[in-house]
Design a protein around this ligand. Structure first.
Ligand SMILES: NC(=O)c1ccc[n+]([C@@H]2O[C@H](COP(=O)([O-])OP(=O)(O)OC[C@H]3O[C@@H](n4cnc5c(N)ncnc54)[C@H](O)[C@@H]3O)[C@@H](O)[C@H]2O)c1
Length: 273
């Protein structure tokens, strides 16, 4: 269903790898709501992912970029301005990667060179993106920038490993840059703290099935899907939310407000109901 919430708006969507990706769903929904967009992902993802299929379906151009490279990001914003006819109205940062997680390193035994890389890809890239956008006049006044995060930034989920620290930094960068982009250009910046979602990045985390099932039971509404997340992103790109900025917004079916849930124990010990 389309309400044309993003009619006449343009945007850049970073991080669509395959149809499971949250960014993939956001790109589809944004276009369905009337937006014109460009897509970006790392060159390696262009080779192994399916972003070409998405681009042809949405009639969008792909601008390859390693999100840690200022030069690549500058190309994304300058090319997007050319393709879309001016500064864009919204940007989605949907990027995360941890070598320590991939290689199964324990939090108490991390490779710190890899940890720096994780911070660069998963958090600093958000700062780099906004710095480049400012320098290239890449985002229009009253534009909206979103990053995706996870509750492990506030509460301990041991298996989320160093990504918890990367997400804490990402959220902080969102608030800090939100001040500057707000005062300079009336651009808003928020992070969405999403439920566990079955994607390539998500399912790469050790014990992801447990993360997912636990949150599913603890959340009064259940886990939010990638499609739900895309709908929420559309509202935050739209003019209906123009005064929301510098927030970490939980999109998790109520999980973040729960202490104890009888539902959790009901299934664990049905005989005691
Ligand atoms: N899946 C979950 O459970 C979940 C929950 C909360 C938040 N998130 C966050 O949502 C975002 C999107 O992840 P997803 O779950 O859709 O998984 P995904 O694997 O589909 O997306 C991650 C993307 O990051 C891109 N990427 C990695 N390194 C890059 C680099 N150097 N330059 C540019 N792009 C790079 C990948 O190519 C991929 O497209 C991430 O920030 C993730 O941490 C995911």
């Amino acid at each position: 269903m389309s309400n044309q919430l993003l009619k006449n708006k343009t945007g850049i969507v970073f991080g669509a790898l395959d149809e499971q990706s949250i960014a993939w769903k956001v790109a589809e929904r944004a276009v369905e709501e009337g937006a014109r967009i460009t897509l970006s992902n790392a060159p390696v993802a262009l080779r192994f992912g399916k972003i070409n299929e998405l681009a042809s379906k949405l009639q969008s151009e792909i601008i390859p970029a390693d999100a840690t490279s200022m030069e690549d990001l500058t190309t994304v914003f300058t090319r997007s301005k050319e393709i879309l006819g001016g500064p864009v109205d919204f940007v989605l940062h949907s990027i995360g990667m941890s070598l320590n997680v991939r290689k199964g390193k324990h939090y108490t035994d991390l490779n710190h060179e890899w940890m720096l890389k994780t911070m660069d890809i998963s958090a600093l890239s958000f700062h780099k993106m906004m710095q480049v956008a400012l320098k290239t006049d890449g985002i229009a006044e009253w534009g909206s920038v979103l990053g995706l995060t996870y509750i492990a930034a506030q509460r301990v989920f041991p298996d989320y490993n160093e990504m918890a620290d990367a997400k804490a930094l990402l959220e902080s960068i969102g608030r800090s840059f939100g001040y500057h982009l707000g005062t300079l250009k009336k651009i808003r910046v928020n992070t969405i703290s999403q439920s566990p979602t079955w994607t390539t990045a998500g399912s790469g985390v050790k014990g992801f099935r447990e993360f997912f099932d636990y949150a599913q039971k603890m959340s009064p509404l259940g886990n939010a899907t990638a499609e739900d997340c895309a709908n929420y992103c559309v509202t935050l790109f739209s003019d209906l939310t123009r005064m929301v900025t510098m927030q970490n917004l939980f999109h998790d079916g109520g999980f973040s407000s729960m202490g104890i849930s009888p539902l959790f124990f009901a299934e664990e010990a049905p005989s005691e109901k």
